[in-house]
Design a protein around this ligand. Structure first.
Ligand code: HEC
Ligand code: HEC
Ligand code: HEC
Ligand code: HEC
Ligand code: HEC
Ligand code: HEC
Ligand code: HEC
Ligand code: HEC
Ligand code: HEC
Ligand code: HEC
Length: 334
């Protein structure tokens, strides 16, 4: 009885494999012209499959449903390309294979060995990962397999909906930040699934030529990939905007909308003191002791309108904080 059930399982699996290899054949027909090492150069999986094949006590066949299972692509890794020749393990399965990755492993290989198993192909030949060596992750002992679950048909880290969960496993501070009232749509907040973006929209976890593993060479260039309108050019530039968006914004989340490091007017007063900033209650220092409010009404300075603190504070008048293109917009009022 037990044997029958296993048999049906193997049959069903056979069908899945046949289906997926038909799809795979179509793909590889298109790329057959590529120059790749001869298939005979790949190690043989037979020895491993006697114990790890379908229906065995330690099946490891799910990888055949991934892009590493494309048998008709001669670049596809065999078990031993990643796990090493593992002669001792074949003879005595209780001893670990040459390269062991899993959290459940008895003897996990060190991060360099684990990543080296991937870099033989991914350093330059297949889907190359530039700037890995010397990157923050590489130098702190993070390995490819800490993010990539290569045996899983649906890798969490490769999907926008689930990627952040993988990162949050190590980056607890960012997990807390993206749950604040104002945040990029990165986490599930309340009922709505707001995961429209992934960490990898701004960061390249493999390494980068910019700071903080950013996808571009600077914070601003990274922000401009989506907020292009903030790039300008402006006739009247606000120096801290051109310098670095994080002078005022925090990228992951804040309790001050929209993603501000502090609430206005305090945000502005971090940099602007002097007469105008100090006499926020009077407006008496402004031109003609009269100021223009948001609704255009003239207010006598002596009336102490508290305009600089009430409602949108500085933004009541300085509406274009990112820069202005109006000939009279030097103070970002229009
Ligand atoms: C004679 C049977 C047998 C053969 C042949 C065999 N394995 Fe295993 N393998 C096992 C068993 C049994 C386990 C579970 C060991 C345990 O849990 O103590 C295992 C475990 C593993 C593990 C997990 C080890 C860990 O600690 O994470 C890997 C990876 C592995 N085998 C890869 C391979 C590869 C690659 C080959 C071919 C080169 C291979 N095996 C050949 C029986 C075998
Ligand atoms: C022998 C070569 C080889 C080795 C070793 C290898 N890969 Fe790959 N990898 C490939 C090929 C071939 C593809 C498919 C490329 C394609 O479809 O264009 C691939 C695809 C991938 C993808 C994309 C998968 C997807 O579903 O989109 C990831 C991620 C990846 N490899 C990670 C790894 C990691 C992590 C390791 C080490 C644990 C590794 N690879 C080891 C050859 C290799
Ligand atoms: C910190 C987590 C992390 C680490 C460590 C990591 N990756 Fe990735 N990897 C990702 C994410 C996220 C993506 C998807 C976004 C992207 O392409 O940057 C990805 C994508 C890939 C892809 C391309 C998949 C495709 O379909 O284009 C390959 C290949 C790959 N990684 C291989 C590696 C290799 C090899 C290593 C180790 C040298 C490694 N990764 C280390 C997170 C990681
Ligand atoms: C692309 C590299 C790669 C290839 C090819 C590969 N593995 Fe693995 N293997 C890994 C990684 C990485 C892990 C750790 C778990 C994960 O990432 O899914 C692993 C885990 C395992 C485990 C332990 C599973 C567990 O849940 O602890 C076994 C057993 C195993 N592999 C056997 C095999 C066999 C047999 C083959 C050939 C059919 C094979 N692997 C092909 C990279 C690879
Ligand atoms: C296995 C743990 C681990 C995982 C998973 C992980 N990281 Fe990291 N990450 C680290 C470590 C360790 C550092 C180095 C921290 C340091 O230098 O303070 C780091 C640093 C960083 C940095 C900062 C670089 C700098 O210059 O300070 C960024 C950005 C980053 N990771 C993004 C990610 C993203 C995005 C993901 C998911 C795709 C991810 N990490 C997944 C461990 C991890
Ligand atoms: C909108 C772009 C953007 C997104 C999306 C994003 N980051 Fe960042 N991240 C940045 C910028 C910019 C910095 C550097 C400025 C800073 O530290 O505030 C940074 C810094 C970091 C750092 C280093 C923090 C430090 O104190 O040095 C880590 C770790 C990090 N991000 C992880 C993540 C993780 C994990 C995700 C996904 C949940 C993510 N980031 C999503 C833009 C982004
Ligand atoms: C991959 C695209 C992308 C990148 C890169 C990006 N953003 Fe955003 N940004 C968005 C999206 C999407 C929203 C949400 C818009 C919405 O909710 O309507 C947003 C919203 C914002 C908001 C308004 C938040 C609110 O609560 O209304 C600010 C401020 C912001 N981003 C600043 C930045 C900064 C600073 C950077 C660079 C560190 C950056 N963004 C990089 C896509 C991006
Ligand atoms: C001097 C402080 C400051 C700097 C620097 C700054 N911002 Fe802002 N940003 C603000 C303030 C204040 C608001 C709210 C404006 C409002 O409510 O009218 C805002 C709002 C936003 C918004 C949402 C509303 C809108 O205008 O679309 C986005 C997106 C944004 N900023 C992106 C950026 C980007 C990208 C950079 C870097 C190029 C940047 N900011 C630099 C202060 C700043
Ligand atoms: C990180 C520091 C910093 C922050 C925060 C900041 N500014 Fe500025 N701001 C500057 C610098 C530097 C200049 C250029 C001063 C100069 O050219 O003399 C400037 C110029 C200005 C000017 C034009 C001044 C002139 O003399 O032409 C106005 C108006 C202004 N900022 C308003 C604001 C408002 C409103 C906020 C808050 C939303 C703000 N600033 C936040 C640094 C900052
Ligand atoms: C009621 C309207 C109004 C409010 C509110 C307001 N300002 Fe102004 N601000 C002005 C006007 C008008 C000028 C131009 C004065 C001039 O041209 O002599 C100005 C000029 C400035 C300048 C240029 C330097 C100077 O003193 O002439 C800075 C910097 C500035 N404001 C910052 C701020 C900050 C910071 C806040 C919030 C604490 C703020 N303003 C609130 C109307 C306002």
């Amino acid at each position: 009885m037990k044997r029958r059930i296993v048999g049906v399982g193997v049959l069903a699996l056979g069908c899945i494999l046949a289906l997926s290899s038909a799809a795979v054949d179509r793909v590889s027909a298109a790329s057959a012209a590529q120059t790749v090492p001869a298939e005979s150069a790949r190690p043989d999986d037979t020895a491993c499959m006697t114990c790890h094949g379908a229906g065995s006590s330690k099946p490891a066949v799910s990888i055949s449903q991934t892009r590493h299972g494309n048998k008709s692509d001669s670049r596809t890794p065999a078990c031993r390309d990643c796990h090493g020749a593992s002669e001792n393990h074949i003879k005595a399965p209780s001893s670990a294979p040459d390269v062991a990755f899993g959290a459940k492993s008895k003897a996990v290989s060190n991060p360099e060995q684990r990543s080296a198993a991937c870099l033989t192909c991914h350093e330059s030949k297949v889907l190359p990962r530039a700037n890995w060596t010397g990157s923050q992750h590489q130098s702190r002992g993070v390995a490819c397999s800490d993010c990539h679950n290569v045996h899983a048909p649906d890798q969490k880290v490769l999907s926008k909906a689930t990627q952040a969960d993988v990162c949050f496993g190590c980056h607890k501070a960012q997990r807390a930040q993206v749950r604040r009232v104002s945040a990029h749509p990165l986490a599930t907040t309340g009922l709505a699934d707001t995961r429209k973006m992934a960490c990898s929209d701004c960061h390249n976890p493999h390494g980068s030529t910019g700071p903080k593993l950013l996808v571009k060479n600077s914070v601003n260039d990274t922000c401009f990939t989506c907020h292009a309108e903030k790039r300008g050019p402006y006739l009247w530039e606000h120096a801290p905007v051109a310098d670095d968006c994080t002078n005022c914004h925090t990228p992951h989340g804040s309790s001050n909308a929209p993603l501000l490091k502090a609430r206005v007017p305090w945000l502005c007063q971090d940099c602007h003191s002097g007469d105008h900033g100090a006499q926020v209650n009077s407006g008496a220092n402004l031109a003609g002791a009269r100021v223009t409010t948001a609704n255009g009404a003239q207010q006598p300075g002596a009336a102490a309108p508290r305009a600089q603190l009430s409602a949108r504070a500085c933004l009541n008048c300085h509406v274009l904080v990112h820069g202005s293109n109006h000939p009279a917009g030097a103070k970002f009022q229009r």
